[in-house]
Design a protein around this ligand. Structure first.
Ligand code: GLN
Length: 375
């Protein structure tokens, strides 16, 4: 017997393992391969030698909560109370899990927009609730007609992800307006807004749920220091939500992890004083442009990339194989690991696209492209 009979090993683990086995360049699982800011490492080293190794308060280290409140004000002009509106989480993943467990009742429905990041469905199933997976349009924008037709009196939550993994698209003003209309006519509906790539946007500044007067009180905004400070292995992030929602989320968080790694919280608290978080978009924009200029020489066709550190490319000019087969061939025979899109769809839709992570040193991107040119 399995409680989760249809859940298997994540495509990120599969592709990273294949990359290691075949000594391939790993542009699959999303993580940076360049050094982390030495100041952040120095603060972690410093705090590891102080006596700060016991449990922190359940919601987080109070000075860090204050700084997140300030960051939320600076970035989104939203005033929040560090005592009631924020918790530090063990990565965005724990924040998402705790939120869903706390707020979704058995038999309620939760809307997920496919292709979707892989950690949303499991906590819904474990609540005995019902995931309603709806495909985005072919250009990866939300299909508001389909979403509107799916929402009903049992729909408790819609999960949105902006900027979007795996496609790099971002939400537009009309998407927010459509969501506002939907919540007006469905007062039970709350929004889980996965914004882990909030500081990685390019031509257009990130639009956060925190900025929407009509939505913010019914939303849970999810952030990750893993993305913003290039420290995916530290597994640390935070949630911002209205007090009534947060009160319930804290009940789960306190028994899921109680509190989060003390050294990481102290180090990040110091680092936030000097971190140039608002320059992150420009930093990655240069990587995106560099990688796109390289890929233009290959047979891949590039789709737009407005945010995140993922570039989607269509391979129809190379082969008509399905994306999983082609991705496996690329890693085993051509030495480049990527992520196929079909595992992000409940219906395994074939888009003939692969996802490349460009959070890499330039030389890694050059070496990968040299291999892709052989296609
Ligand atoms: N978020 C990362 C990605 O999209 C993967 C994280 C993981 O492996 N769970 O590649």
């Amino acid at each position: 017997m399995s409680k989760l009979p249809h859940i298997s090993t994540s495509i990120f683990s599969i592709m990273s393992q294949l990359a290691n086995e075949h000594n391939a360049i790993n542009l699959s699982q999303g993580f940076p391969n360049f050094p982390v800011d030495s100041l952040l490492k120095e603060r972690a080293a410093f705090w590891s030698k102080q006596e700060i190794h016991q449990y922190l308060p359940m919601a987080g280290y109070p000075p860090l909560l204050e700084k997140i409140a300030q960051l939320t004000k600076d970035s989104y002009q939203r005033i929040i109370d560090p005592n009631t509106n924020i918790i530090i989480t063990a990565g965005a993943t724990e924040g998402i899990f705790a939120t869903i467990q706390a707020l979704v009742m058995p038999n309620e429905e939760v809307i997920i927009l496919d292709p979707s990041y892989d950690c949303y469905e499991t906590p819904i199933l474990l609540c005995n609730a019902i995931p309603k997976r709806i495909n985005l349009n072919d250009d990866f924008t939300p299909n508001w007609e389909l979403i509107g037709n799916t929402v009903n009196s049992k729909t408790r939550m819609i999960i949105i992800n902006n900027p979007h993994n795996p496609t790099g698209t971002t939400w537009k003003e009309h998407d927010f307006i459509a969501l506002e209309k939907l919540t007006e006519s469905n007062p039970n509906l709350i929004i889980l807004s996965d914004e882990v790539y909030e500081y990685i946007t390019f031509e257009n500044k990130h639009q956060s749920i925190n900025q929407r007067e009509k939505l913010k009180e019914k939303s849970i905004a999810i952030s990750s220091f893993g993305k913003s400070f290039h420290i995916t292995g530290w597994k640390i992030g935070y949630i911002v939500a209205a007090e009534d929602l947060m009160k319930e989320i804290k009940k789960v968080h306190q028994f899921l992890v109680f509190s989060v790694n003390s050294i990481a919280q102290y180090a990040i608290n110091d680092y936030l004083d000097s971190a140039k978080i608002h320059e992150l978009g420009w930093f990655y924009q240069q990587k995106r442009d560099f990688f796109r200029s390289l890929l233009k020489e290959t047979k891949f066709e590039l789709l737009p990339c407005e945010g995140s550190y993922f570039q989607i490319a269509n391979y129809s000019k190379i082969t008509n194989e399905n994306d999983l087969e082609f991705a496996k061939k690329l890693v085993t025979q051509f030495g480049v690991a990527t992520i196929p899109l079909s595992p992000f769809y409940a219906d395994h839709k074939q888009t003939n696209c692969l996802r490349f992570c460009f959070a890499k040193e330039e030389e890694t991107l050059v070496s990968a492209t040299e291999k892709l040119l052989k296609l």
